[in-house]
Design a protein around this ligand. Structure first.
Ligand code: ADP
Ligand code: ZN
Ligand code: ZN
Length: 744
């Protein structure tokens, strides 16, 4: 008899262990490690699903009483052994249950059958086609033109593939079908891989790019696998370095994972990869259907793909011959998962590279303190690109002290220097971007008589104002119409406070009547494709000013933009967590990097109330080292990452007293587990969370710090055990976050 260890599909802390089942004779070929099975569970022998993580010949307890596996689930995707190892590592390092970790490393669950292959076939005569093309050109229908160009080259195109590679919406295809230019044919078939993109002329690498490539490549050929940090200023040609390395690794018969933050997964970026590698590239993103995802997964495991591009989950692509993992913009917060396990893609990639014998290359213009510190320690190999690849010069940057503006009687959101620069652009017909570095898109409302702010009754946060007169909570969705009088004192002087993108738009229109403005924020991009539409409209010159939040600074290249105005640089400094300065520095440096990407020289105006703050000064001069030095001094002082590691424990409960009691107890238990050599101050809390209540749950925080990550893993286990022991803890929801990126 053989026995299987099974992780059942129930994410409960107290069931977070393997259960042993006997493998009946008729399942001995299919019940293998990684297979999804159905087993009788608990006293009532309820059928639950689970994964086999190990198989052995020895029963863990009385073989007579060991239950048998019921079935192997048909059509389920099974797990490869290395992903089981990876899942275990993730659970250990980032918390959560093994079941949650297994689900994370298996982004595709079930076979999706009968994927319909749809093909767009040109039916119009060449002459009609060309006339239609010209008409589209006149109207500047950019999406339609992309599709027509592709169809001109090849008369038949795979539908879902072309939506993906050309970043089109279904309505573009419907449009040309309605106009009688093409038809959509359906046939049931395994989808064909992407093809059709041509190899475009490639640029010869410059000296610095070459040096970076050769360093990695020399070690790769010698069989050395390492982690590299490619530190290159914006526009220095990092992507070209990636492309060159990918090509070489593919030539060796290996496969490549290319991580990019979802927000920069733009048409422009992805096209460069398609142009170079054609059908051997695949992209995964949140807009794909389950069927499309499944297809990519199968193609990857069959070895039909060489390069998989996408956000952090593409780490779990089932490549058999992984040679290289690339991670662009490694400092991006999006690389940390918000769901459990709260894993960071960088560390996970490092471990995966180790498991599979791949190299890892991280790229950034503003490296995370974590990566740069490791590069300084020699754990990573540092590669640098110091100048922009094209002739473009770095923009001129001016910092404006808004306190001074106010003192001299300027109450506008625009300082005099910024207004002057804007005026100049408007006269010259050049474009500009106004950037508001703050999440959230609306101002908050408060009473000018009593100072009372409008808060969500369920969460300890301010409600934000929307143009249509509603007040919204971004944490729980609560909404009300804005009251006419202050609910606290009855005064009618209640109004908007703070500056949102809508307010900036209003200010622009007031100061420059008639100017064409586009606004890109969570509000205007809610609809599908909204983001892309705004980008296109702006690239087409349909507006002279683009106003927006961080969405406008990532991954876009607008050659005609010669001015970037940062309206309130210090807004993101007030975020209240230890990474606020780092985020501010990154955002400002990226925003500044948007100006003068082409031949026209660029200007950047940074408005701030703290002109002397180091993250603002360093960003203005693109002086990363200076920022790094000062920020590290602060992290050392407060023992924050990357100097030490932090485990944040969030205790949430319906009753404030119970949540508090549970967190006090938990803190005591953790304190008792401390070793003398760890000194004082390792465990802090409990303190009410920065947002003390969300969705009617009271929140308390405990922070555990240690120089050794392994110690945090131990503390985590102790806390886990406590969670199952005491009554107050059991009434609460307790979450763990290793090296959190955002505040609570
Ligand atoms: P990054 O990824 O560092 O922001 P990119 O790779 O996007 O930089 O390069 C910025 C621009 O410079 C692109 O338009 C790219 O085609 C161009 N470029 C990159 N390397 C070279 C080179 N060696 N010679 C000429 N142009 C280059
Ligand atoms: Zn009031
Ligand atoms: Zn709320």
């Amino acid at each position: 008899m053989r026995y299987a260890d099974v992780i059942v599909d129930i994410s409960l802390g107290k069931l977070d262990k393997t259960y042993q089942y006997a493998i009946p004779e008729h399942l001995k070929d299919t019940a293998v490690v990684g297979a999804k099975v159905e087993v009788p569970f608990g006293g009532g022998n309820r059928k639950v699903e689970g994964f086999i993580t190990e198989i052995s010949d020895t029963p863990a307890f009385d073989p007579e009483r060991t239950k048998e596996i019921a079935t192997v689930v048909q059509g389920a995707v099974s797990l490869e052994r290395r992903f089981i190892t990876l899942a275990y590592w993730m659970k250990e390092h980032f918390g959560g249950t093994m079941n949650e970790a297994l689900k994370t490393v298996l982004p595709v669950k079930h076979e999706v059958k009968d994927v319909k292959k749809r093909t767009i076939v040109v039916t119009a005569e060449p002459k009609t086609f060309e006339e239609y093309y010209k008409a589209a050109e006149k109207k500047n229908y950019r999406a339609r033109l992309r599709l027509l160009e592709a169809l001109r080259e090849k008369k038949e195109l795979d539908y879902s593939e072309i939506l993906q590679t050309l970043n089109l919406s279904a309505s573009t295809v419907e449009g040309i079908c309605r106009d009688g230019i093409a038809v959509l044919q359906e046939e049931k078939k395994y989808r064909n891989p992407a093809k059709g993109m041509l190899q475009k002329n490639r640029v010869p690498l410059n000296g610095e790019q070459n040096a970076a490539v050769e360093t990695v490549w020399k070690e790769y050929r010698e069989g050395k696998r390492g982690t590299y940090l490619l530190f290159g200023v914006t526009g220095s040609g990092k992507t070209e370095v990636y492309l060159e390395l990918i090509e070489r690794v593919i030539k060796e018969g290996k496969q490549v994972i290319m991580l990019i933050p979802e927000i920069s997964l733009t048409f422009q970026t992805v096209r460069r990869f398609y142009e170079r590698f054609g059908e051997r590239v695949s992209v995964l993103h949140s807009r794909l259907s389950a069927g499309e995802r499944y297809d990519q997964y199968v193609r990857a495991s069959k070895g039909e793909i060489d390069v998989m591009i996408g956000p952090r989950s593409v780490l779990f692509t089932p490549f058999e011959r992984l040679g290289l993992i690339l991670m662009d913009e490694e400092q991006e917060g999006a690389y940390k998962s918000e769901g459990t396990p709260k894993y960071h893609a960088r560390e996970t990639a490092e471990y995966l590279a180790e498991l599979t014998g791949a190299s890892l290359l991280l790229g950034s213009a503003t490296p995370s303190l974590e990566a740069y510190t490791k590069a300084m320690n020699g754990q990573y190999r540092l590669l640098t690109l110091t100048k922009r690849a094209k002739e473009a010069v770095m923009p001129r940057v001016q910092i404006v002290d808004m306190r001074q503006e106010l003192a001299e009687g300027n109450r506008s959101v625009f300082s005099r220097p910024l207004r002057e620069q804007m005026q100049k652009r408007l006269l010259n017909g050049e474009q500009m971007m106004l950037f508001l570095n703050r999440r959230g898109y609306a101002g908050t409302v408060s009473c000018r008589a009593c100072g009372e702010g409008m808060k969500c009754p369920h969460c300890e946060v301010s409600l934000t104002f929307h143009k249509d007169g509603r007040l919204l909570c971004h944490y729980c969705g609560y909404e009300i119409m804005q009251p006419k009088v202050c609910p606290a004192c009855g005064s009618k002087y209640i109004g908007l406070f703070g500056t949102g993108t809508q307010k900036i738009e209003e200010a622009v229109l007031k100061e420059f009547p008639g100017v064409k403005v586009l606004r890109m924020d969570a509000d205007t991009t809610k609809r599908k494709g909204g983001h892309e539409k705004i980008v296109e409209a702006f690239a087409n010159g349909e507006a002279q000013i683009l106003i927006g939040t961080q969405m406008i600074v990532k991954g876009h290249d607008f050659p005609k933009v010669t001015l970037v105005g940062i309206v309130a640089a210090d807004l993101s400094l007030y975020a209240g967590d230890y990474r606020a300065s780092e985020r501010t520095f990154c955002l400002l440096a990226q925003a500044a990097g948007r100006a003068g990407r082409d031949k026209l020289p660029g200007d950047v105006v940074i408005q701030t109330y703290q002109p002397e703050h180091y993250s603002i000064v360093a960003a203005a001069t693109e002086d990363y080292e200076n920022f790094y030095r000062q920020e590290m001094a602060y992290r050392r002082l407060l023992r924050y990452p990357p100097v030490e590691h932090v485990l944040a424990i969030l205790v949430q409960g319906e009753e404030e007293t119970v949540a508090k009691q549970a967190s006090v107890r938990l803190t005591t238990v953790l304190q008792a587990a401390k070793r003398p050599e760890e000194g004082f101050g390792v465990i802090t809390g409990p303190v009410p969370a920065g947002i003390a209540k969300v969705n009617d749950l009271y929140r308390f925080m405990i922070y555990v710090k240690s120089g050794q990550y392994e110690r945090l893993i131990e503390f985590h286990k102790i806390a886990q055990a406590e969670k199952l022991l005491t009554e107050s803890a059991m009434k609460c929801n307790i979450q763990f976050d290793f090296n959190p990126l955002s505040g609570y």
